[in-house]
Ligand binder design. Structure first.
Ligand SMILES: Cc1cc2nc3c(=O)[nH]c(=O)nc-3n(C[C@H](O)[C@H](O)[C@H](O)COP(=O)(O)O)c2cc1C
Ligand code: SF4
Length: 476
């Protein structure tokens, strides 16, 4: 199946015509408002903090920390570039594990007493870079994303998957080779994870972060709780039990780190796993009913927002105002999570035009925003829009369909995009992320992540040649 490349849609009319042709609706402003008057430039008041504009840097891991979980020079470079971007909300920088067994890869950052100084320096580098390029940082809101990778933990140098699971999932157990007697995390082990999250939040506050994200997305541990319908005991079954992890973590943070902001990144909907069909195009692996998608309609390919709405209601009751909405998981349904024309090495050819994936996330975010006008909502999945990203983003914010536009991959290829949009500079087209997925393929092969195709710094690294070899060998 072939889809038109965004780069071929050179005018707004051509872009609009193509959207009509494929039956996809996207908000779109014909004209960009001049710099300071843009809805994207307007501040957002969050409690007693005023966030300077409506761009958010999404958390983007680099698989480039040291084995003991400290940032490397590559990590520092990425965070500096996040700082320079001009975005005034930085959602966590990247996933930081609260314990070794919960690391998604042996190079993931780890928060503990020994690493605090290095993590503090990382935040300072981001803030300093921001001040240098943007003049001030009193309106810059910086968080730390706290994670336990649960089913997708791969903490050790052997690069083996060492899942920590909450329940037996018929599809994912099979996909990742887990036997029926593979052990589940016990309730006591869950309480220990919660204690580590609380301790991590205390440290994050000490080293100057404005907020922490109690992560509930992408198939990792927090997200898995939300579908632990079959788990007996205190953390599974009813909605109340499936959200006990969140509530206990939040209560602990409030007790031990008073004044620290709390956010939640949520996969607001999910589908059943996809796999490559005979022609390489993604097909659903679900045969029959699929009750394991949070925000799913039971078919594995549809959306039902009843439980996500209950979850947002709970966040509101817990006085959590900052919410980042995303979708699915990169491990089993990447096309709904990070729409791309070119799949990563462990993916499949897109089963729909990636614009449909972008539009789905924008529309569902808008639906939820309409129900929760008082929450500060970050939207996700914009990078595929490339040239047209600023006009869609402006339209989303102007119409109140989200409060912040979150940028992921575009922050690796073209981190200055927000600054260029906000100052009305011409956009640097050659830096638009073209969704080649090398930033995902590289770490799947044990290499550091980065934008190899477009960032000269990565083009010249030795890993670029290794990546090219690996792609050639796999026939890409
Ligand atoms: C290389 C890479 C690393 C990522 N790391 C994280 C992460 O640490 N935490 C997280 O919540 N999402 C992570 N994501 C997902 C992004 O934050 C974002 O949701 C996704 O890329 C879709 O947004 P985009 O279209 O702007 O790229 C990562 C994505 C990529 C490609
Ligand atoms: S490698 Fe670069 S161009 Fe490719 S998806 Fe990642 S950020 Fe985009």
């Amino acid at each position: 199946m072939s889809y038109r490349r965004i780069a071929q849609l050179r005018t707004a009319v051509a872009f609009g015509d193509y959207l009509n042709q494929i039956g996809v609706e996207l908000p779109f402003d014909e004209e960009m408002a001049p710099g300071g008057q843009s809805p994207l430039a307007q501040p957002y008041v969050l409690g007693d903090f005023t966030i300077g504009n409506r761009f958010c840097v999404q958390p983007m891991e680099g698989w480039d920390g040291t084995p003991d979980g400290r940032p490397s020079a590559l990590t520092a470079r990425r965070w500096q570039r996040f700082g320079q971007s001009g975005a005034k909300l930085v959602w966590g920088g990247e996933a930081v594990a609260v314990q070794h067994e919960g690391r998604a890869n042996p190079h993931q950052l780890l928060i503990n007493e020994q690493n605090l100084e290095a993590l503090a320096a990382l935040r300072t580098e981001l803030v300093t870079a921001h001040e240098r390029s943007n003049g001030r940082s009193d309106d810059l809101y910086v968080g730390l994303q706290l994670t336990h990778s649960g089913r997708f933990a791969r903490p050790d140098a052997d690069h083996k998957l060492k899942p920590r699971i909450l329940y037996h999932h018929p599809y994912l157990d099979e996909k990742f080779g887990l036997s029926a007697d593979y052990p589940l995390l016990t309730d006591d082990e869950i309480r220990a994870v919660i204690a580590n999250i609380v301790q991590a939040a205390v440290w994050a506050q000490q080293i100057g972060f404005d907020f922490v994200d109690v992560k509930h997305c992408h198939g990792y541990l927090g997200h898995e709780f939300l579908t632990a319908y079959d788990r007996p005991g205190a953390y599974g079954g009813s909605f109340e039990n499936r959200t006990r992890f969140l509530r206990e973590a939040v209560a602990g943070i409030r007790r031990q780190a008073p004044g620290l902001g709390i956010g939640v990144r949520l996969s607001a909907f999910d589908w059943g796993p996809f796999r490559a069909g005979e022609d390489g195009v993604g097909v659903t692996a679900v045969n029959g009913q699929y009750p394991y998608a949070f925000g799913g309609d039971g078919t594995g390919r549809g959306v039902d927002l009843a439980e996500p709405i209950a979850f947002l209601q709970l966040l509101r009751d817990l006085d959590i105002k900052l919410v980042n909405l995303t979708a699915g998981s990169p491990y089993y349904v990447p096309h709904i999570q990070r729409p791309a024309l070119f799949p990563p090495s462990d993916g499949y050819q897109p089963p729909e035009d990636p614009l449909a994936g972008v539009a789905r996330q924008i529309a569902i975010t808008a639906q939820l925003k309409a129900q929760f006008p008082d929450l500060a909502i970050v939207g996700t999945g914009y990078s595929y829009l490339q040239e047209w990203l600023p006009r869609v983003a402006q339209s989303v914010i102007r119409q109140g369909m989200a409060d912040f536009v979150g940028l992921g991959r575009m922050m690796l290829s073209y981190p200055q995009l927000p600054a260029d949009v906000l100052t009305g500079k011409p956009l640097q087209r050659k830096l638009f992320c073209r969704t080649f997925s090398d930033c995902t393929t590289a770490p799947r092969g044990g290499l550091v992540s980065g934008c190899y195709p477009l960032d000269d710094f990565y083009k010249q690294r030795p890993e670029a040649a290794q990546l090219a070899e690996a792609k050639k060998a796999s026939g890409e």
